[in-house]
Design a protein around this ligand. Structure first.
Ligand code: ZN
Length: 144
């Protein structure tokens, strides 16, 4: 199996059975994200404890790419503090839109091929923009 096939499997798997789907009982941060280009909707909740992500959950409806991206993102950010989250956001954004290589990003590298499909880039980055809006805004922040 080639690396790109492996990445495709990963995206299909996370779309079929998304991780961290649902709602938190006591979120400290939340945001709603919307990608009008594709119709993807995302609601993200975070619970920060001692400055680190203790719990994270998302709900929403969207295409396979946006759902898989939200699932993989929520897996990747647990335990990180704000600086680490900003750093990971920057790396993922560079991966999806520029020339960051995918090998430093583990499973998130699955989205390295998305830059060849400019109309889908926003599907892959929606969860990350929503994460950023949640972290830097109030409860109920929005990406728009
Ligand atoms: Zn989409």
């Amino acid at each position: 199996m080639s690396l790109s096939e492996l990445y495709q499997q990963l995206i299909l798997d996370h779309n079929r059975s998304p991780r961290n789907r649902g709602a938190l009982e006591a979120p400290t941060h939340s945001a709603v994200g919307h990608n009008p280009l594709c119709g993807d909707q995302l609601q993200l909740q975070l619970q920060l404890m001692d400055g680190r992500v203790a719990e994270v959950a998302f709900e929403g409806s969207g295409c396979a790419i946006s759902t898989a991206s939200a699932s993989l993102m929520t897996d990747a950010v647990k335990g990180l503090d704000k600086d680490e989250l900003d750093e990971l956001f920057a790396k993922f954004h560079a991966l999806a839109t520029g020339d960051e290589s995918s090998d430093k990003l583990g499973k998130l590298g699955a989205f390295g091929g998305i830059r060849d499909y400019p109309t889908r880039v926003k599907c892959a980055t929606l969860a990350w923009h929503t994460l950023r809006a949640a972290l830097h805004g109030e409860l109920g922040a929005t990406t728009e």
